[in-house]
Design a protein around this ligand. Structure first.
Ligand code: CMC
Length: 391
């Protein structure tokens, strides 16, 4: 019989070769196509990072202009798509809507489902990056019972998204540059993260030749879980549950007693610090100051919790540090989003990473269908027994 390497949860298995993202978990390094995340978050824009992830190089001015034009002119959804939204209950979780709606894009763009054509692969990538904000904003507007706001192609990616979420028709909505920049930076921080659970899901789904819209829907489904993208929503719920600084020691004791985990803490790969968390913390302070919430009690709880945890042997021994989701919830709440939207925003930003990884895999000549094996631990061979002969 065959002998397989047993690696549950893939802690030591490389599933592919990739040129997109590099992580050194011990040093807290994250590079996209060689560029460090802090420099990209500081000086680049989300759309430029999208170009970089998809194409391998930063664009020159003309290339960027063409790319931006393409993305901003693919933001509309088919009129029929609205019917899709209207079928959901108003209290549906927006991630449930996202899984269904993004998968349904394949029913609207038949040409883009032809994965053998490089041109169609690029168009489907552009369509996904362009339409995710529109779909996400519609899921949000639907949940609050407000009319949809159509995308505008004269605004930046983040401005357009914030406007679709927070303006109502006839209102003269003006983007706030600090908040727009923060939104863009949050998108950059979530753009890609090599072979995490959802990206591996996208690759595995895509390895069978499934169309890219279906593959991204699979990634969204995986991202939803609280151990992955759902952690930002859970982290904010946790801070709310703790409520005040004096309740932190009791809560931390509950973590040490293994009654629950500290959400927004720990990472499979980062065992020193998560470089995204540093930028997120800074962005959090900027946003709270801008909206006049600098004394947000939840921020106080978060900062004190971080301080206590970083000095506690339980967390030190296990190398547990705040991850990107620890401060993102407070920041997104200050931007005006309800907690149910946090993971949707993660999905929106991660779409470029998923589609870049999918494209890289399809274009790899050694690509085959993914097919893990197993160590069988069930019953040995036995004869079928008819029901009247069973004891
Ligand atoms: N709180 C308390 N203890 C923890 C935590 C935590 N957040 N994370 C790990 N541990 C403990 C765990 O109990 C184990 O202890 P022991 O060795 O005594 O059994 C040890 O640390 C190692 O944990 P693990 O479960 O083997 O680690 P993992 O690599 O499988 O899990 C993780 C990584 C991110 C799922 C986990 O740290 C976790 O559940 N964190 C909370 C959820 C979270 O914030 N997720 C977002 C991750 S970053 C963004 C993203 O990927 O979406």
């Amino acid at each position: 019989t065959d002998v397989f390497t047993y690696d549950p949860a893939f802690t030591s298995t490389a599933s592919c070769e990739s040129k997109i993202t590099f992580i050194d978990g011990d040093k807290g390094v994250l590079l996209h196509r060689g560029y460090p995340i802090d420099q990209l978050a500081q000086d680049s824009s989300f759309l430029e990072v999208c170009y970089l992830l998809l194409n391998g190089e930063l664009p020159n001015a003309a290339e960027f202009e063409t790319f931006e034009h393409t993305i901003t002119h693919h933001t509309m959804l088919h009129e029929q798509f609205d019917r899709f939204f209207n079928g959901f209950r108003r209290d549906a979780h927006p991630m449930a809507i996202m899984v269904g709606a993004v998968g349904a894009l394949s029913a609207f763009y038949h040409d883009s489902t032809n994965i053998d054509d490089p041109k169609q692969r690029m168009i489907s990538s552009h369509r996904l990056i362009a339409k995710m904000p529109t779909i996400a904003a519609r899921a949000y507007k639907y949940s609050v019972g407000q009319p949809f706001v159509h995308p505008r192609n004269d605004l930046s990616y983040a401005e357009n998204f914030l406007r679709m979420c927070f303006s109502v028709p006839a209102e003269d909505w003006k983007p706030n540059p600090v908040l727009t920049r923060a939104m863009d930076r949050i998108f950059i921080l979530h753009a890609d993260h090599e072979q995490n659970a959802s990206t591996s899901t996208v690759r595995l789904a895509g390895s069978s030749g499934a169309n890219p819209f279906a593959c991204i829907a699979a990634g969204i489904a995986c991202l939803w879980g609280p151990s992955h993208g759902g952690a930002n929503e859970e982290a904010l719920n946790m801070l709310k549950e703790i409520g005040t600084v004096d309740r932190i020691p009791e809560y931390v004791q509950g973590v040490k007693d293994r009654r629950y985990r500290l959400m927004g803490f720990g990472h499979r790969v980062y065992k020193n610090y998560d470089p995204r968390a540093k930028v997120m913390q800074q962005t959090c302070h900027e946003v709270l100051a801008e909206v006049g919430h600098a004394d947000d009690p939840l921020l106080k709880v978060a900062m004190e919790l971080e301080k206590i945890a970083l000095n506690d042997p339980y967390f030190i021994e296990r190398k547990l540090y705040p991850n990107v989701d620890f401060y993102s919830g407070i920041t997104l709440r200050a931007l005006g989003f309800p907690a149910e939207m946090f993971t949707v925003l993660f999905a929106l930003a991660r779409t470029v990473g998923w589609i870049s990884q999918w494209k890289e895999m399809i274009e790899d000549p050694s690509q085959k269908i993914g097919r893990p094996r197993q160590i069988y631990t069930g019953a040995p061979y036995r004869e079928y027994v008819p029901v009247d002969k069973r004891g």
